[in-house]
Design a protein around this ligand. Structure first.
Ligand SMILES: NC(=O)c1ccc[n+]([C@@H]2O[C@H](COP(=O)([O-])OP(=O)(O)OC[C@H]3O[C@@H](n4cnc5c(N)ncnc54)[C@H](O)[C@@H]3O)[C@@H](O)[C@H]2O)c1
Length: 389
């Protein structure tokens, strides 16, 4: 079977869905691999490195998709790309199904089978395929590095003949995968870190990484599958009230709070930003889904009364090399799970395929309730990703 690796067409996307090392592994598993010319260039993988890995380099996307059985994508396949794919092709990658109704219909009309990796259940078996985790982990790291580079002070404590500089204070709101990696990174820089999440289950992990968990008197908002459930306005109002002084005391505020398939909760109001010292920095990792901070402008860095507010979108794309390496390893692991004796065949009874298959042949299977009418299984907390995992 031919696997196609296209050059991503979405503006600003630096990642490629398969790196040369993945090509080698696909070849070893019995696949033929075609890579579009320049596909890896933004992530700094040359056409020659793909050739050496055993891929065929093709000039156009039309040639790439012709005869492909499997397509590795990062961003959702666009309408133009879909028109070039053969009916029956299996496409794996992000689909952002909750906001791409029209695209889903287009995939179905074309007769594609599409796996949306953002819908992969957070179960142990799927950990090695979990693109949300691999990319969020990089995002958490980069958010702290970005904030530190914009800050008007250093983060570690410094005792010199010129006086003592106290350590910087970092507050992380949302201690999922990105938040935990942000804590680990801020810790390495020598910060004093506080963190809060509506799921009290993460307290232990937060503390084991060296941060203080803010025990604010709010009930748990743990939902299904290890995710937070949507909180009402009254809950969020009380949360904002209880966090105001902690936010005012921080030099860096990283917000990562998210509810799958919903607008991000509003945790930081304009007034709360006004309470921060000029020179402080906010990185809002939820900018793409509405923002955790009222002042955030998605895709922009702004100065709000001396506070730098960074609403960077898809921050993992700023780490093209490692983001591509981990993303492509996730895709490879998924595909190899359904490859036996060199033949790739999806098992539509398998929980991973059931959860992610948003289009099968001419049928749209996705429902906005989430994972194809299948409730996400409850995760075992021992499966939660650890630092450096
Ligand atoms: N078992 C596995 O294979 C596996 C793999 C990856 C992640 N997980 C777990 O899945 C869970 C979700 O991880 P994620 O990073 O994708 O989550 P996410 O991106 O959906 O949300 C980020 C964090 O925001 C928090 N949040 C939501 N509303 C909030 C609010 N009002 N205030 C503060 N925090 C708020 C959530 O609880 C979550 O921790 C985590 O527990 C993670 O450890 C399990």
């Amino acid at each position: 079977m031919k696997v196609a690796i296209p050059a991503e067409v979405t503006e600003g996307e630096t990642r490629v869905a398969a790196v040369p090392d993945t090509v080698v592994k696909l070849k070893n598993a019995g696949f033929d691999v075609a890579v579009q010319k320049g596909a890896g260039s933004s992530a700094h993988f040359s056409d020659d490195s793909y050739r050496e890995a055993g891929a065929e380099i093709v000039d156009s996307s039309a040639e790439l998709y012709r005869g492909a059985g499997l397509v590795f994508k990062v961003q959702p396949a666009t309408s133009d790309e879909v028109d070039q794919m053969d009916p029956g092709t299996v496409v794996v990658g992000y689909v952002h199904a909750y906001k791409n109704d029209e695209l889903l219909k287009k995939y179905a009309v074309r007769g594609l089978t599409v796996l949306a990796l953002e819908l992969l259940p957070r179960v142990s078996r799927a950990q090695s395929m979990d693109v949300l985790s691999s990319q969020a982990s990089l995002s958490g790291y980069k958010a702290v590095i970005l904030a530190a580079s914009k800050l008007d002070r250093i983060i570690p404590m410094q005792m010199t003949a010129a006086g003592t500089l106290p350590p910087g204070r970092v507050l992380i709101l949302g201690a999922g995968v990105a938040g935990l990696q942000a804590i680990a990174t801020a810790r390495r820089l020598g910060a004093i870190i506080e963190a809060y999440d509506v799921r009290p289950a993460v307290k232990e992990e937060v503390e084991s990484l060296g941060a203080k968990f803010l025990d604010i008197p709010l009930e748990s908002a743990e939902g299904q599958g290890g995710y937070a459930k949507e909180q009402g306005e009254e809950f969020l109002r009380r949360q904002r009230e209880l966090l105001t002084d902690r936010i005012a005391a921080s030099d860096i505020l990283i917000t990562t709070a998210a509810i799958p398939g919903r607008r991000a909760p509003l945790l930081v109001t304009t007034e709360m930003v006004e309470g921060m010292r000029p020179g402080a920095v906010i990185v809002d990792l939820a900018a793409d889904t509405g923002g955790n901070c009222e002042v955030t402008v998605a895709g922009e860095e702004i100065d709000y009364r001396g506070v730098t507010v960074i609403g960077i979108r898809d921050i993992a794309t700023t780490l093209g090399l490692h983001a591509s390496q981990t993303y492509s390893r996730n895709l490879l692991n998924l595909v190899l799970t359904f490859t036996k004796d060199g033949a790739f065949a999806l098992d539509f009874g398998d929980e991973l395929v059931k959860a992610t298959c948003v289009v099968k042949g001419s049928e749209v299977l996705y429902s906005p309730q989430g994972v194809q009418q299948v409730a996400p299984p409850k995760i075992d907390s021992s499966d939660a990703p650890k630092e450096n995992s």
